[in-house]
Design a binder for this molecule. Structure first.
Ligand code: PLP
Length: 404
């Protein structure tokens, strides 16, 4: 058997379709966000990153960095074990308390990533609650889909952001079955935001628990960065809030927040929580500092909103089509995988602008896009450089302009 030949056949197919992933090798420059050194031989030495999930640049915030350094000096590098066997550090407990407070919940539970928190929490809920049915929004993230699949619970997919469809599907289920409505607040590919009040209303009506992924919203929305649920005054209506420490908080890790019983249940039964080394204490300390900072500082959020609004206005003025949405994510639609990659390559090589092309299977075929996430630290000059480059490329590639 020639296994490499088998691997290569499938890789060739990906390449032919324009869906082969190429990673940009970068060295982020601390103190110079959003600049990074590029190791791509074709690109300039220094590039401007336009697609970071470190949405506010908190990964380079001096307070956050200092918290990480102090904790390393205090505790060393690794946690030294799983949470169960010697790995529960005081910094983990402090962070969990901080997260519970952020979402006004009784408790919170830390995981090594947001992916793992979704996978572990949903698979545990779905497999441990007898006859549970999980109702999943059709555009939910891969980590939720995998968790649901692994749970082997009955799964019902409802139409994206459609509370009426959810209502119909809940009504068709046995009244006494445990039901879990799983959805996100900000959907990161289209940047749309769920109608949370309606979804919560429908779930309540049918006695379903709500499972909300706020990964792209924590730190960014709500007066203390508690996410869309905080902004809408709905945190107490959500059974379980899941989030990440790897995006707006600029660190790493994932979590759930909910009742004491819910967190204890997941803590006690989730294999993805129990059988893995706990996060380094320094990561927990840095995340804690980042959350604390964004609880009391609105400056970063306001600056980000200003940059986002400005880039949208500039794109509109040049007739460059982008999805209109109420979030911080600006998808510029290319609708062709090969063109999408080509545009990203030219932006990188000729202009020092790094934006990752988003192709299938991350988004449906025919909706390929460049996804821009302006941060508080993208300057007016950065915005102008980007818009000039896009304007030139739009002409060269004869891409359709938005109808004025
Ligand atoms: C990124 C992401 C996750 C996973 O979070 P990580 O901390 O990066 O593992 C979960 N849900 C959604 C919607 C995401 O975009």
């Amino acid at each position: 058997m020639d296994y490499d030949a088998m691997f290569n056949t499938q890789l060739e197919t990906l390449k032919d379709e324009g869906n082969y992933r190429v990673f940009a090798e970068l060295e982020r420059r601390c103190g110079d966000f959003p600049r990074a050194k590029s190791h791509d031989a074709e690109a300039p030495d220094e590039v401007t990153v336009w697609c970071s999930n470190d949405y506010l640049g908190m990964g380079q915030n001096p307070v956050v960095r200092q918290a990480m350094k102090d904790a390393i000096d205090q505790c060393g590098t690794g946690a030294g074990g799983t949470r169960n066997i010697s790995g529960t550090n005081h910094h983990h407990k402090l962070l969990e308390a901080e997260l519970a407070d952020l979402h006004r919940k009784e408790d919170a539970l830390l995981f090594t990533s947001g992916y793992v928190s979704n996978w572990a929490a949903l698979s545990t809920l779905g497999s441990r609650l007898p006859d549970a049915v999980i109702l999943s929004d059709s555009l939910n993230h891969a980590s939720m889909i995998e968790g649901i699949r692994h749970s082997r619970a009955q799964k019902v997919i409802w139409k994206h952001n459609d509370p009426e469809d959810l209502d119909r599907k809940l009504a068709a289920l046995p009244a006494n079955a445990p039901k879990i409505v799983a959805f996100e607040s900000v959907y990161s590919m289209d940047g749309d935001i769920c109608p949370m009040a309606e979804i919560v209303e429908v779930a309540d009506k049918h006695g379903a628990m709500t499972y909300l992924d706020e990964v792209h919203a924590v730190g960014l929305y709500g007066p203390r960065g508690g996410g869309i649920a905080e902004r809408e005054g709905l945190m107490d209506r959500i059974t379980l809030i899941e989030g990440t420490l790897g995006k707006a908080y600029g660190c790493m890790g994932g979590y759930i927040a909910g009742s004491a019983a819910l967190c204890d249940f997941i803590r006690s039964f989730a294999s993805g929580f129990i059988f893995t080394t706990a996060l380094p204490p320094a990561v927990a300390a840095a995340a804690c500092a980042s959350i604390k900072h964004l609880k009391q500082s609105n400056l970063e959020r306001l600056q980000q909103r200003d940059r986002v609004a400005k880039l949208r206005a500039m794109l509109n003025a040049r007739g460059i089509p982008h999805l209109d949405n109420p979030s911080h994510i600006i998808p510029v639609m290319i609708k062709d995988p090969v063109k999408c990659r080509m545009l990203a390559d030219i932006l990188m090589q000729d202009y020092g602008i790094y934006v990752q092309p988003i192709n299938y299977p991350t988004v449906p075929k025919g909706t390929e896009r460049l996804r821009f996430t302006p941060s508080p630290l993208h300057s007016d000059a950065d915005l102008e450089h980007l818009i000039e480059a896009l304007t030139v490329l739009w002409k060269q590639c004869a891409l359709a302009r938005a109808v004025a």
